[in-house]
Design a protein around this ligand. Structure first.
Ligand SMILES: O=C(O)CCC(=O)C(=O)O
Length: 288
């Protein structure tokens, strides 16, 4: 995989990699043109309208996700880029994986899965924020704690729109993964439960121009507030594996066996475990 000279200039510098390691997030320069982002937005509309360029295999279509009958609530649809060609193009653009590789120090980056997101304009009766959480909290079946997420808005995005927010340095705090919750509307309540290890809680909103991307470590606490603008907030989160990641059998705090939808989607290894290197479900996004 190759980058153009211009794209190589867009990679994080050594200082920016150190910043990511220390703070748990990084906001990129403009890596997508306006036209590329507009095509992704159009692809998301086709997806929401029910069109599928590559439907998921039989037996995996039970995956939860927003459907029109759910109405104007927060929409979260996983695996959209496997099924829609415009979203696939945005996710598989090599510079995205190349930045993830630089930040995580991994020579190979594979897709873990994506989440197409749509946050409607806030109304008091239908809260639509994203509760504080870590991605790792949902990825207990993964051996790696060095996975990384890219969050790509489909327009300029700021605090008024309820952009994604990072808790600075929280990837180095004591483990908070179990008590946090993506689907909670109670940001303040969750914040009170943080075990900060004595660190200050510093919230950093990802105020991004169209074409820029926010990256975060899988242990970084993040979430987002209501959309107080006049337009829906649209984005896709691209969750990525570093080279080392494999399946592990793991129990949650309550004793139940951890499960991820990739365990259903991926082909099986000889031992019968899911193969997280399956190129159909988890394609390589970057190999340096
Ligand atoms: O869209 C948001 O506000 C949060 C998305 C998220 O949790 C993620 O990208 O990991």
């Amino acid at each position: 995989m190759r980058l153009s000279d211009h794209e190589r200039d867009l990679l994080p510098s050594d200082d920016e990699v150190r910043f990511y390691q220390e703070h748990g997030y990084y906001f990129s320069r403009k890596i997508y043109s306006d036209e590329e982002i507009d095509r992704a937005l159009a692809g998301s509309e086709r997806y929401y309208a029910g069109e599928r360029d590559n439907p998921l295999p039989e037996g995996t279509r039970f995956f939860p996700g927003w459907k029109p009958e759910m109405g104007d609530v927060l929409r979260k649809n996983d695996y959209a880029s496997l099924q829609n060609r415009e979203l696939s193009a945005i996710v598989r653009k090599p510079i995205l994986g190349a930045i993830a590789a630089r930040l995580s120090g991994s020579p190979v980056i594979r897709l873990w899965h994506d989440q197409l997101l749509y946050k409607p304009v806030d109304t008091p009766d239908k809260p639509a924020n994203v509760g504080w959480h870590t991605d790792r909290g949902y990825w207990k079946t993964c051996t790696s704690t060095n996975m990384i997420t890219a969050w790509i808005p489909f327009h300029d995005c700021d605090e008024q729109m309820g952009t994604i927010m990072m808790i600075d340095g929280s990837h180095r705090w004591p483990d908070n993964t179990e008590k946090l919750n993506f689907f909670s509307h109670d940001l303040e309540g969750l914040e009170k439960s943080f075990d900060t290890g004595g660190n200050a809680i510093v919230k950093v909103p990802a105020n991004l121009r169209k074409g820029c991307v926010s990256f975060h470590h899988c242990l970084t606490i993040h979430g987002s507030g209501p959309n107080r603008s006049t337009q829906p907030r649209r984005s896709i989160a691209v969750h990525m594996q570093d080279q080392s990641n494999r399946y592990q059998e793991q129990r949650r705090a309550d004793g139940s066996l951890a499960f991820h939808y990739n365990d259903k989607l991926c082909r099986k290894e000889s031992a019968g475990h899911p193969d997280y290197t399956d190129p159909a479900a988890c394609p390589v996004l970057w190999e340096g």
